[in-house]
Design a protein around this ligand. Structure first.
Ligand code: SF4
Length: 259
């Protein structure tokens, strides 16, 4: 996506990575003008997964970053919740107000009454996994199992597969069977899809298990669509039994014969 105005000749290219919590981990290159303003962002053509394109979310990143309605300053709500009234305040006022309120909470009920919720989203390592926990630890706030949305799925993967392994999309090209369970990479990991398509053209069988007829399911060789909790439970139980009957958590015979 380019916001390059005519006359911007003095641009430099800055390399980076997409900050979204997305398995594709796209490699970006941005053109930055002499004022430090990004004027163009695109996927790196020489990256083996990104291959020169970005998804719809990030393709228009600059429009969002430089949008006139983007919130850049602290705003204090005025009027009742939901009324939509906000007034701009300074950073000093915002920090002072939060400090006073947190001191009150800590004095009256203890620091554990403050519960930070944050997860990956668009955070890098420094603000997503280093500085934030030091701050909350120092404060004595409640600890949060951060991935509240994915924990059940992660446990299920650990129990059935034995590890949260993340094979490279390129490995699809060496697989005879690809099982996509409860995931819709056509929408959530689009750079996976060209590899899947190529694998299918090479004869790989693709099976999707998903109660929803997703974009990915539409192009699968087989879509197993659990239509109720009962049937989904049966499927999970069957899978667990298959895993348990084999040595350890991974069915090596199945892997060898099918993957
Ligand atoms: S697919 Fe989109 S969100 Fe995912 S890494 Fe690439 S640009 Fe970022």
């Amino acid at each position: 996506m380019s916001l390059k105005a005519i006359g911007h000749t003095n641009v430099r290219v800055v390399y980076g990575a997409c900050p979204h919590d997305c398995p594709d981990c796209c490699a970006l290159e941005s053109e930055v003008d002499e004022y430090g303003r990004a004027v163009c962002v695109r996927g790196r053509a020489d990256h083996p997964i990104t291959r020169g394109w970005l998804c719809a979310k990030v393709n228009r990143y600059l429009e969002r970053v430089y949008h006139p309605e983007r919130i850049l300053y602290p705003m204090r709500r005025v009027g009742p919740k939901g009324s939509g009234g906000f007034a701009r305040i300074t950073w000093e006022e915002a920090i002072a107000e939060i400090t006073v309120r947190w001191h009150d909470i800590i004095a009256q009920q203890g620091a554990e009454c403050i519960l930070p919720y944050s997860y990956a989203g668009t955070l890098g390592l420094v603000n997503g996994a280093v500085t934030d926990s030091r701050f909350w630890n120092r404060l004595g706030a409640c600890r949060l199992e951060r991935a509240i949305c994915g924990h059940a799925a992660e446990e299920a993967v650990l129990l059935t597969v034995g590890g949260r392994l993340a094979p490279s999309p390129e490995m699809l090209l060496r697989s005879k069977l690809v099982l996509i369970w409860g995931s819709n990479p056509a929408s959530t990991a689009p750079h996976f899809m060209p590899f899947l398509r190529q694998a299918q053209r090479n004869g790989t069988r693709v099976v999707v298990i998903d109660p929803i007829h997703t974009l990915t399911a539409r192009s699968a060789d087989q879509h197993i669509q659990p239509y109720s909790y009962v049937r989904l439970g049966t499927l999970i139980r069957t899978n667990n039994e298959v895993s348990t009957r084999t040595s350890g958590s991974v069915n090596r015979t199945f892997d060898r014969d099918n993957c």
